[in-house]
Design a binder for this molecule. Structure first.
Ligand code: SF4
Ligand code: SF4
Length: 156
């Protein structure tokens, strides 16, 4: 079974999606929806509930979610919308619908824990700003991420 599907099933997210009764408390409290009226987590859950999940996976706005969990705090029905959206993002990655720019950034972080290499130039700039120098070698985060196999999954 695909990992995203497993996540949806293992965490009973599909059952919780069915618990959603479309009250819209998630959307009305969502900070992203406040800025972009076209972003609607309630609609994503509805589409997933009626078997139209591919429409969600193909929708670039799925990636606008900040995973702040405000919707999950507000949901009166334990539909766990924030977890559902995370699971849908995993599924979108597996099916090749993740935005290329996000994947590129994720690959850089997975490679060495940073979005860009730290070199003398960066450390001189940091010194000018009164900040401590950073290690130019791969950070501990990169080494930890390497142990997770994330890079292989991103390439896969
Ligand atoms: S996920 Fe929860 S808050 Fe959002 S519409 Fe469904 S029941 Fe309401
Ligand atoms: S977790 Fe995502 S959908 Fe939920 S309130 Fe935060 S930004 Fe909105």
């Amino acid at each position: 079974m695909e990992r995203g599907s497993a996540l949806l099933t293992d965490r009973s997210a599909l059952n919780t999606i069915r618990a959603c009764y479309q009250c819209a408390k998630c959307t009305s409290g969502c900070p992203v929806a406040a800025l972009d009226p076209g972003y609607n987590p309630r609609r994503f859950l509805r589409l997933a509930a009626i078997g139209e999940e591919e429409a969600v996976l193909r929708d670039g706005k799925l990636w606008y979610c900040l995973a702040c969990f405000t919707c999950q705090e507000r949901c009166p029905e334990e539909a766990r919308p924030a977890e559902v959206l995370l699971a849908l993002k995993n599924l979108a990655c597996e099916r090749g619908f993740a935005p290329a720019a996000l994947l590129a950034a994720a690959r850089l972080v997975a490679a060495d824990g940073r979005l860009y290499n730290i070199d003398e130039f960066h450390n001189e700039y940091r010194e000018d700003e009164g900040l401590p120098a950073l290690d130019e070698e791969t950070g501990i985060l990169g080494k930890l991420l390497a142990l997770t196999g994330l890079q292989g999954r991103l390439e896969g």
